[in-house]
Design a protein around this ligand. Structure first.
Ligand code: SF4
Length: 906
């Protein structure tokens, strides 16, 4: 129990007063407290106290009022109001061009509520010529017309309805936990008081608490410290403890995880059954954010035949689909296969056929039954008919039968079923609708519905800053009070003109109001507990944060002074109870015969970067899973640029061919004729359709955009090439075998140029700015980060003049290379002329460098053949490697273990 009901409030309630609260949570807490006090007074039964959140009271009052009227209006539910806004916006001229009409409907509905809360007349908005104000006015007028025609009343106008019809409360009222009273609320309260009603605002407890402030490393360590502190408070005998987390709904999962680590570490174990913990996270995320509901909505998207691979991957891994426990492994493998196939669009028939080939029989059977039912029931229908159809479709698809649901999931299931059933109330509003409209209406309803499974009232409450208003505690911790977030930045309404928002004093509209509210909330928080800690994170990734200036009045305490709770994290417990281990040096795979090793230059690159990775990836095939993305993959981009450049140079042939397209040539820049751009453009558009194939409009547009980007980059590079001394393209994309220490390696040069003096320049195209010629030199002795071009240099020793990258990236088009002269092209430098720090120690000339590479690369080849597999990454390598779990690199250094393991957990 978290609110200390004072005697005044308890007396008011026993005397039939109605207590109105600012939040649902506060109403719940007060009801619990009232029950406890009644029991303490020896009562066994008592009348239910009248404790209601303000919006519920208004709805009840409207209901009471309409019972007294001859032609009362019908009260719209929130779902009905959202559906009406959505229909109005989707059918309006301005709504047609919107990317996300559903989101626009939610925003418009919120603006409509604000107009009424702050008594802003709609004509005042209409007087502003901005597009947003005009669009909103048009939608609002349509909303008014429709609701008037049908005698509907939405919740935004409840207060106005009660005011106009002189509603009078029949009990005294007490307001609790309101940080701000809106203008429509003030008007109603004034009406009631003028007509003789009693309206009280009890002050509640006010402590002379001494707050302290503390700086903590980052928001994650802040969360851990707050959880440890809360546990310590509990161990010291306190029973009402709260941790206030700003924007709690958005990070509820992370908060739950960190508190579980501290309060019930064993529950991190997969097989451990969930048991009640001493803390309760009071968050009300939207219904659609719960995985169970999210997967139901994904299934309904699949039925429309517009599912992409991201969606299908989630369904294949879903624990909520029938047969999950028996087919989890087969479905995981199916996901791997599907990622490689990269099919663009799926429907349930497609998924059924695919599941059959992947030995997922139960999934296939569910999809078959769903597809058969859908074929007969996909015509337009009333929302009430869609309610029945969705219920049947989800049943046939096996949703919610993958594994036994726990109590929270069961409550989520009930709430979702209730939301599906509420669609029936939309028949009159929407008429017959298609499958896709029905699904998007259901999705909007799930997005609009806030929901939290009921938790037990626990000693420790984790709560957000708005819901905590009016509650009292023994000890309180408020997190996240850094200058960037506290006071919060203004968030003006998108549809109501800013001048009006300032004139009518909307709280989010100006920095001044935000500051005032933040000061008021902070004052209230430090007065609601005996001990208060106010904390702020010092870093957000690389960005440094500062304490909120509002904390300046309170003394600072070091985070180390806030003693840690006795609980150890799960990873610490596991480590502490580890068995005594035998030491075994196992850093060598079986050797290979030179002829058995197959591959390209990547063998040497991986062996140089990390020996373990080379053996694991190339011999054990421990490759990374393909990623699924709606964007163009880096390999597709590289392939496109390479192929276009090859064709372009087949046409141009040499520097003379390129210079034929030079328009202007000054000392600093070369302009190229539009004809050349047209040639590159037509090649790029054609090849892009092959490299990035697609049947959807989205994918075809993506290919076209990528072709444009490719043209831009290539034209920029050609401008640089036009400034070079004469050359001829001798070979492009030419594969050839090469032997190193007896190992056969396939190499493929992007391009070989023959220079005027007969010298050869080897060019490697790179579509990224992170490639540098220094990566060809040893990072540590005998280990260059990128030995690919040095290898090509060894394969082409005759008249080799130099090697270079041709870099194409946003804002960058240049050569980066090393050579035996500095006259080949800008960016290709004479190795011998490099500054000492840019050279390898003891290697002064280009010829010496080539000899050094011969030794280094042969050595790397021999290491690979001998099976050398030490976990010895070059600095920074592990950041881009997927094998942490296999090589266990984090366990090499004992002192890094806890941090690394815990960050993996995250
Ligand atoms: S994670 Fe690091 S140490 Fe492990 S294989 Fe990859 S590069 Fe090597």
């Amino acid at each position: 129990l978290i609110f200390r009901l004072d005697a005044q409030l308890y007396d008011l309630l026993t005397n039939e007063a109605t207590v109105l609260t600012a939040s649902r949570h506060l109403a719940h807490a007060l009801r619990q407290e009232y029950a406890q006090q009644a029991q303490l007074q020896g009562l066994r039964v008592w009348p239910t106290p009248k404790i209601l959140p303000w919006p519920t009271y208004l709805r009840n009052a409207c209901q009471k009022l309409r019972n007294q009227q001859a032609r009362p209006p019908r009260l719209l539910s929130e779902l009905q109001a959202v559906a009406l806004w959505q229909r109005i916006i989707a059918s309006s001229d301005t709504g047609q061009g919107l990317l996300n009409a559903a989101q626009a409907a939610r925003n418009a509905q919120r603006s409509w509520q604000r107009l009424h809360q702050y008594l802003i007349p709609l004509p005042a908005v209409a007087a502003y010529p901005s597009e947003e104000a005009q669009a909103f006015t048009q939608w609002a007028q349509r909303f008014i017309t429709e609701t008037q025609q049908h005698q509907w009343l939405d919740s935004a106008r409840f207060s106005d309805y009660l005011h106009r019809h002189h509603f009078q409360p029949d009990t005294p009222l007490a307001l609790v936990g309101f940080d701000q009273i809106t203008a429509d609320m003030q008007r109603l309260l004034r009406d009631w008081q003028q007509r003789g009603a009693t309206v009280l605002q009890p002050q509640g407890f006010s402590r002379a608490a001494q707050a302290r402030t503390v700086a903590v490393g980052n928001s994650d360590s802040e969360l851990r410290l707050a959880a440890s502190w809360a546990r310590q408070q509990l161990e010291s005998g306190r029973t009402r403890i709260a941790v206030v987390v700003p924007k709690l709904a958005a990070q509820a999962a992370q908060v739950q995880r960190r508190f579980t680590e501290v309060f019930a570490p064993a529950q991190r174990c997969i097989d451990e059954p969930a048991t009640p913990t001493a803390f309760h996270v009071v968050a009300t995320p939207t219904l659609s954010s719960y995985p169970l509901v999210h997967h139901a909505l994904l299934l309904l998207e699949l039925l429309q035949g517009r599912a992409d691979m991201l969606l299908v991957g989630q369904l294949l891994r879903s624990p909520y689909l029938e047969g999950y426990e028996a087919e989890a492994a087969a479905r995981a493998l199916a996901d791997v296969v599907a990622r490689k196939e990269r099919r663009e669009q799926w429907d349930c028939n497609e998924l059924q056929r695919f599941a059959e080939t992947q030995h997922c029989e139960q999934l296939a059977a569910c999809m078959l039954a769903t597809g058969n039912y859908l074929r007969e029931h996909k015509n337009t229908a009333l929302p009430s008919q869609w309610t029945a159809r969705f219920t049947q479709l989800l049943k046939l698809s096996g949703w919610s039968r993958g594994r036994a649901l726990n109590s929270s999931e069961q409550q989520t299931l009930n709430k979702f079923q209730q939301t599906v059933a509420e669609l029936s109330a939309l028949d009159e509003l929407l008429g017959k609708v298609s499958l896709s409209t029905a699904v998007s209406t259901l999705r909007a309803a799930c997005n609009a519905a806030s929901f939290a499974p009921e938790g037990l009232d626990q000693a420790v409450t984790v709560i957000d800053i708005d819901s905590v208003a009016g509650m009292q505690f023994d000890a309180l911790w408020v997190m996240g009070l850094h200058a960037g977030d506290w006071p919060p930045a203004p968030e003006p309404d998108p549809f109501v003109p800013l001048e009006l928002q300032l004139e009518y004093a909307l709280p989010d509209a100006s920095a001044e109001h935000c500051l005032k509210l933040a000061q008021q909330q902070l004052r209230r928080l430090v007065n609601c507990a005996d001990e208060v800690i106010l904390s702020w994170p010092q870093h957000d990734d690389d960005a440094e944060l500062r304490a909120s200036p509002l904390l300046a009045t309170w003394p600072v305490v070091e985070s180390t002074m806030l003693a840690q709770a006795s609980a150890r994290s799960f990873s610490q417990q596991l480590f502490a109870t580890r068995p005594t281990l035998e030491s075994l040096m196992d850093d060598r795979a079986p050797p290979q015969a030179p002829g058995a090793a197959k591959g390209g230059s990547r063998i040497l690159e991986l062996q140089s970067r990390c020996a373990f990775r080379a053996q694991a990836e190339l011999r054990l095939h421990a490759s990374a899973m393909s990623t699924v993305s709606v964007a163009v993959e880096a390999t597709e981009r590289g392939d496109l640029v390479h192929r276009v450049l090859t064709e372009v140079w087949q046409q141009l042939k040499d520097s003379e061919g390129l210079r034929a397209f030079v328009l202007t040539d000054t000392q600093s820049a070369v302009g190229l004729k539009p004809d050349l751009q047209a040639i590159v453009q037509s090649i790029a558009q054609r090849i892009a359709q092959q490299v990035i194939p697609g049947i959807t409009l989205y994918r075809r547009r993506l290919a076209s955009l990528e072709a444009q980007l490719c043209v831009e980059w290539i034209m920029a590079l050609l401008q640089v090439e036009a400034q070079r001394l004469p050359f001829r393209v001798q070979a492009a994309e030419q594969g050839e075998p090469y032997e190193l220490s007896g190992m056969k390696i396939k190499i493929k040069l992007d391009r070989v140029d023959e220079l005027a003096d007969g010298g050869k320049l080897l060019i490697d195209y790179k579509t990224g700015d992170s490639n540098h010629s220094r990566d060809w030199l040893d990072k540590t002795p005998g280990r260059p980060r990128s030995p690919q071009l040095p290898l090509y240099a060894l394969a082409h020793p005759q008249q080799l003049a130099g090697i270079c990258f041709a870099i194409m990236a946003p804002g960058v088009a240049e050569f980066r290379g090393l050579a035996d002269t500095d006259s080949i092209a800008p960016g290709i430098v004479d190795y011998a002329q490099q500054k000492p720090l840019a050279k390898l120690a003891g290697i002064e000339t280009w010829d010496e460098l080539l000899r050094h590479w011969t030794v280094v690369l042969n050595d790397l080849a021999q290491q690979y053949l001998s099976g050398a597999a030490q976990v010895n990454p070059l600095p920074g390598e592990c950041k881009f490697c997927h094998l942490h779990g296999l090589c266990r690199v984090h366990e090499l250094a004992q002192d890094t273990m806890d941090g690394e393991v815990e960050s993996d957990d995250a």
